[in-house]
Design a protein around this ligand. Structure first.
Ligand code: RNT
Ligand code: ZN
Length: 419
């Protein structure tokens, strides 16, 4: 569609929204300030560049063998740049420690240094984006039996504690060098396939390990720590040491960021409802925007009811300034660059939709006890001309509208299919 027609459709749409008291310009302005953290691991099926030769592990699984996955850090950066060019707004990139790029000798995970990520930092600086970070407690011989920070062996625990300490320092270095706070997110796979005899001891060990990792104060302007709980993983069905309750309590006590992953709860439980509860007691949270299909399958995020409910909560509650939004999915059955773009665009669309709600009116109906009117309005606003505003936003941000997929196809033909 030509720019003139996009503009004409937008003018009509803006008028329609104005009738409901909604300022589309203000919504787009607000949206352009929201950064989404694009996860490196969609680009190479959570592979990383360590070449440990160990399987993914940790109850994580990536299915599919779509050709063209990034094999080197340069290829991954190139793919990420392509994805960023098709996503409106300025965003961030989230790295796992296994994506280190040592300039000299490869260091073990407990000895990693900021300089092992210098190339990534230089790249992020050139892109004008911030970085987020993740220690990697899987795909490693010392995680092969499924336990890390809660391991009964003090030596193995020590190794993983040191890894956590090293990663926070790397996060702080990223924050300092880029002038943008890094969120370092801790997720561990520890748990049992079958019924444990002792649920308490591993949790006591995890508390001790976390306390040691977080002992050193780090300027929160440079690095923020997040902790991510989970219900279960594959092969870890009966017991997860770092459950939701464990980390919620730990985060409240220690004022850490709680990471809520959309796939980490019972299938009918959504994270949208949790936000206004946990933010009563926590200063900030991290979201792992994901999509579970029947289980924590990490499907590519799409614009479904769950995602819309999530965005509505952030906007209605005024929580955007206290929420770090990260993506977490991995699908190797489709083009990996397209997967990034689909998930990121869906998330941004959901936010724009939420910013275009007549929220004052909805709230008034609710407080007046007019629940009929509330439901009627909620249904009516679903058919407002949102698409015209989205097209216009993409145009203004200098990214393609629905034709972005042509760019990915071209890139596939010229680059990824030749790998
Ligand atoms: C695992 C967690 C975790 C990982 C990434 C790769 O269930 O969701 O966030 O997906 O760290
Ligand atoms: Zn996650």
């Amino acid at each position: 569609m030509s720019a003139e027609r996009i503009d004409a459709a937008y003018q009509l749409a803006a008028e329609r929204y104005r009738e409901l008291g909604i300022d589309t310009e203000a919504a787009m302005e607000k949206l352009s300030g929201i950064s989404i953290s694009l996860h490196c691991w969609q680009g190479d099926d959570v592979g990383g560049f360590e070449q440990q030769g160990t399987e993914l592990g940790g109850g994580l699984a990536v299915t599919g063998n779509y050709p063209g996955k990034a094999r080197t850090p340069d290829e991954l950066r190139c793919d990420a740049e392509k994805a960023f060019s098709l996503i409106p707004g300025r965003h961030r990139f989230s790295l796992h420690s296994t994506y280190a790029e040592p300039r000299g000798k490869r260091r073990e995970r407990n000895e990693l240094e900021p300089e092992d990520f210098q190339t990534w930092i230089d790249w992020a600086a050139a892109q004008g984006i911030g970085l987020d970070f993740n220690p990697t407690y899987f795909s490693h011989p010392k995680a092969a039996d499924g336990f890390t920070l809660a391991h009964s062996d003090a030596g193995i625990r020590r190794f993983w504690i040191e890894h956590g300490i090293a990663c926070r320092k790397i996060g702080a270095a990223m924050g300092r060098k880029l002038g943008k706070t890094c969120v370092t997110n801790f997720w561990i796979p520890d748990g049992y396939k079958d019924i444990p005899a002792d649920r308490k001891a591993p949790r006591e060990r995890l508390v001790q390990s976390l306390d040691e990792i977080f002992k050193e104060e780090i300027d929160p302007k440079l690095n923020l720590d997040a902790i991510e709980g989970k219900l279960f993983g594959m092969g870890v069905e009966s017991y997860t040491v770092g459950s939701h309750e464990f980390y919620l309590a730990y985060a409240v006590k220690n004022q850490k960021l709680l990471c809520l992953d959309a796939g980490h709860y019972h299938p009918t439980e959504t994270i949208a409802d949790k936000i206004s509860s946990v933010l009563m007691f926590l200063p900030e949270i991290l979201l792992h925007v994901s999509r579970g299909v029947r289980w924590d399958s990490d499907h590519v995020v799409i614009l479904n009811d769950d995602l819309q409910a999530l965005a509505q909560e952030l906007v209605r509650g005024g929580f955007l300034d206290r929420t770090h939004i990260g993506l977490d999915f991995f699908d190797a059955t489709i083009n990996r660059v397209a997967a990034w773009v689909i998930g990121a665009r869906a998330t941004i669309k959901a936010l724009l939709m939420a910013l275009l709600e007549p929220i004052d009116q909805l709230r008034r109906l609710e407080s007046d006890g007019d629940l009929t009117g509330r439901l009627a309005l909620m249904e009516e606003i679903k058919t407002l001309p949102f698409g015209a505003v989205w097209d216009y936003y993409c145009l203004r941000q200098g990214v393609p509208g629905a034709t972005w997929i042509d760019e990915v196809r071209r890139y596939e033909e010229q680059v990824t299919s030749r790998r």
